[in-house]
Design a protein around this ligand. Structure first.
Ligand code: PGA
Length: 262
């Protein structure tokens, strides 16, 4: 973490906690865990049907935790069965959207070009995008990690540069997602530093202001080591975000580091 960037801890609930009762309870518990952590931005991304439920609940219990969607159409309206537009996400009370998650790329065929279009839409109409990038195990073993990540970042960097700091990037090695295999902090740092160097070539302000989150098996017990790295500005948390106590410990780790780095 760097003192000039506020840490962002984001919880990606994926296709979980989607009943209104479960979503309200988890959102309330996260709001309580996030309270008094004034140096950290906190975001939860529930499934679409409960976006509004979670946003309303968070407004009631605490205005500080942000709500995000997990995907978005690049189209604004029309005959696109099953798709959800940016205005619908914003009307539900969400201010962020996760784009190009590796599950979207791998299971639903989202290419760099698709993710780029979605990023342009988010940068133009909102909500604020978190663009996910990351290599597969095969790509890492072939030594192509930096090239793959660079290609994925390049596809969206011009859009992100339209308003430096409005969007964020999440580096999520695919082999670390949901597997319990977390990247070594120094390996993650190497990729984060290369992403920032690439952003700097496009615009220095983009490099300085873009929060680059790490994601992939982040838990209470490994968060501090990851967040201590100079170019890791937060975490995108899947499994561990479904347990408010554990998620709260990740927020706490970020708060403590931010206090020390004032
Ligand atoms: P995980 O998921 O924390 O369960 O590994 C991270 C993500 O997919 O965003």
């Amino acid at each position: 973490m760097h003192p000039s960037r506020r840490p962002l801890i984001a919880g990606n609930w994926k296709m979980n906690a989607g009943s209104p009762a479960e979503a309200r309870a988890l959102a309330t518990a996260v709001a309580r865990a996030a309270a008094d952590h004034d140096r950290v931005d906190v975001l939860v991304a529930p499934p679409f049907p409960v976006l509004g439920v979670v946003a309303e609940q968070l407004d009631r219990v605490d205005g500080k935790v942000w709500v995000g969607a997990q995907n978005m159409s690049h189209e604004q309206a029309g005959a696109f069965t099953g798709e959800v537009a940016s205005s619908m996400i914003r009307d539900a009370g969400a201010t962020w959207v996760i784009l190009g998650h590796s599950e979207r790329r791998q299971l639903y065929g989202e290419t760099d070009a698709v993710v780029a279009k979605k990023t342009v839409a988010a940068m133009t109409h909102g909500p604020r995008p978190i663009v996910c990038v990351g290599e597969t195990l095969e790509e890492r073993e072939a030594g192509t990690t930096l090239a793959v990540v660079e290609r994925q970042v390049r596809a969206t960097a011009d859009a992100l540069a339209r308003q430096p700091g409005f969007g964020a990037i999440a580096y999520e090695p695919v082999w670390a997602i949901g597997t319990g295999k977390v990247a070594k902090p120094e390996d993650a740092q190497e990729v984060h530093a290369s992403i920032r160097a690439l952003l700097a070539k496009i615009a220095p302000a983009l490099a300085d202001s873009t929060r680059i989150l790490y994601g992939g098996s982040v838990k209470a017990d490994n968060a501090a080591a990851l967040l201590s790295q100079p170019d890791i500005d937060g975490a995108l948390v899947g499994g561990a975000s479904l347990d408010a106590a554990g998620f709260g410990k990740i927020i706490e780790a970020a708060q403590q580091l931010a206090e020390r780095r004032r």
